[in-house]
Design a protein around this ligand. Sequence first.
Ligand code: GTP
Ligand code: MG
Length: 347
Amino acid sequence: MLSAVANGVLSKNIASLARALRLIDDRTDGYRSMLKTLFPATGHAFVIGVTGNPGAGKSTLVDRLIAVFRAAGKTVGVIAVDPTSPFSGGAILGDRIRMQRHSGDAGVFIRSVATRGHLGGLSQSARDMVRALDAFGFDIIIVETVGVGQDELEITKTAHTTLVVMAPGMGDEIQAIKAGILECADVFAVNKADRDGADGTVRDLELMIALGSESMLAVSKVHGHKTHTSRDAMPEKSDGDAGDDTKWTPPIVKCVATRNEGVAQLVAACERHREWLSASESGRTRTHDRLAEEVRAELREALIDSAVSTLHGQIEQALERVYRREVDPYTAVEQLVAAFQTQLNQA
Ligand SMILES: Nc1nc2c(ncn2[C@@H]2O[C@H](COP(=O)(O)OP(=O)(O)OP(=O)(O)O)[C@@H](O)[C@H]2O)c(=O)[nH]1
Ligand SMILES: [Mg+2]
């Protein structure tokens, strides 16, 4: 049954794609084998993550980005994660309306995903959905998330390029530091530049980027090695050891999504970042790190599933003993791992 869905996706059947996304979202048994079938067809799409505070104008901007890519003859798939925000009161419906003018276009596919009811793992689901869209053959895949929680920030790791949307006068600057948004931004959009304060937001960002790179440099000196983030904003050559390798400085693009101003520049900035990813050593390292993190996450989940099904009630018993303080948590885990290994050897 699932192989039929996979084959449908590969032959560009839109109903199969919708079904595949539902299976991934629900983690229906066997969805992994479907993803295995899809994987060889992936790796061609350019994945852009769009994040930022509620109401910053992400969806309006995404709608404009879609138009630019479509004009260039590219097909676009969009995953909007939890579009419900208290700020705009905009539910899934709101996002649909904002991107509605693309709804009759067969080259555009938009799917909303709710975060409610997800027990973690949302970033994994998002990544798997991106894979399905990639296998289907979309040239561009956009993932929109509200950048406020850790899980949302995790989702940005799904993307090649993360676009952080800010708006003046929303306290974004402070929020950004808190949420670690600076760390994940490859391109900044200062949207709503028709409002007062946009230049101030740009200046604040420039300052933060400069401070960010300085503090990262300080950290790398203290530890005597390069930082792995490959996201610091140094415009110079990286530490001098990589010769031709330059680091990425997140550009800041002012735009007015509602008036379609600055959108082409935004697309150009994203495409420059994409080129940097494949052309520079730090860019390739980042791609490598992203996949490594995915494999580790999958491994963690598989090991835990395996341990839970192998050890059954032993985990509960251990928890109970820790609770009654008969054993410390460290010893309890050591004993569980030992029991797991023993049972694996017997199997
Ligand atoms: N003045 C002005 N308003 C804008 C601009 N871009 C978007 N808006 C408005 O800001 C409001 C929120 O826009 P959305 O695109 O829904 O923002 P969002 O970031 O997707 O919001 P959530 O998904 O709810 O977090 C809407 O009323 C938009 O019309 C802009 O450049 N200037
Ligand atoms: Mg939105």
